[in-house]
Design a protein around this ligand. Structure first.
Ligand SMILES: [Zn+2]
Length: 231
């Protein structure tokens, strides 16, 4: 591949991971470590809508109708953000790309603005562990105080420590829903994994460990990349 000579490798990262993989937490830690802007797609879309940019208004039309924002619009919103001065040194993307066409479009746009990804970090957590993490969550009926049967149990089983109301399982966290979400995630992400593996950009991190251990692995990984220094 000759892309190495085409454009410098700035500290630009994509974080991939299933719901419950801890990718949000890790993205925020990486952001603090590298002092880069961190873009979670949903937040960017909402920000573009709020700021009323042209592409943001296009996205708003779909969102107001309750439709999915089509690829070309969400790509436009992301690229607009990546073209901002704040992202000139690098960035961390979370939640985008989600599909192969989005990944290909992102590649083309990065090329246009003379950028290259440094790495795509996949936080790998076995499905069983995800089901245990999400399936063990309980919230109180009164005020949504969050507990976990293994990691953060209440003093008295099934009862909120704070207000004494009953603890319940959210629909989103039922094991059937979690398994459905995981199936969708794998189906959509598998082609992305192949795509970035083919570009030698994919780095897998074992996400079944504690957040500190995972963060340490990511730090070690990033330190091995030869990143462009800040001007
Ligand atoms: Zn409560």
């Amino acid at each position: 591949m000759t892309t190495t000579e085409k454009s410098p490798r700035s500290p630009a990262f994509i974080i991939l991971g299933a719901p419950g993989s801890g990718k949000g937490t890790q993205g925020e830690r990486l952001q603090e470590d590298l002092e880069l802007p961190y873009y979670a797609t949903g937040d960017i879309l909402r920000a573009a809508v709020r700021e009323g940019t042209e592409i943001g208004l296009q996205a708003k039309e779909y969102m107001d109708r309750g439709d999915l924002v089509p690829d070309e619009v969400s790509i436009g919103v992301i690229v607009e953000r990546l073209s901002n001065p704040e992202a000139s040194r690098g960035f961390i993307l979370d939640g985008f790309p989600r599909t192969l066409p989005q990944a290909e479009a992102l590649d083309a746009k990065l090329e246009e603005i003379s950028r290259r990804l440094a790495a795509v970090i996949l936080i790998d957590v076995p499905d069983e562990e995800i089901v245990r993490r999400l399936g063990g969550r309980r919230v109180c009926a009164e005020a949504d105080h969050v507990y976990h049967v293994d990691f953060n149990p209440p003093e008295q089983e099934g009862i909120c420590d704070i207000d004494g109301s009953e603890l319940v399982i959210r629909d989103d966290d039922s094991s059937e829903t979690v398994r459905n979400r995981l199936a969708t995630y794998h189906e959509k992400t598998a082609p992305l994994i192949d795509f970035y593996e083919g570009q030698a950009l994919l780095d897998r991190v074992d996400g079944a460990r504690s957040p500190d251990e995972v963060a340490e692995s990511i730090r070690a990984l990033v330190s091995t990349l030869s990143l462009e220094e800040e001007n």
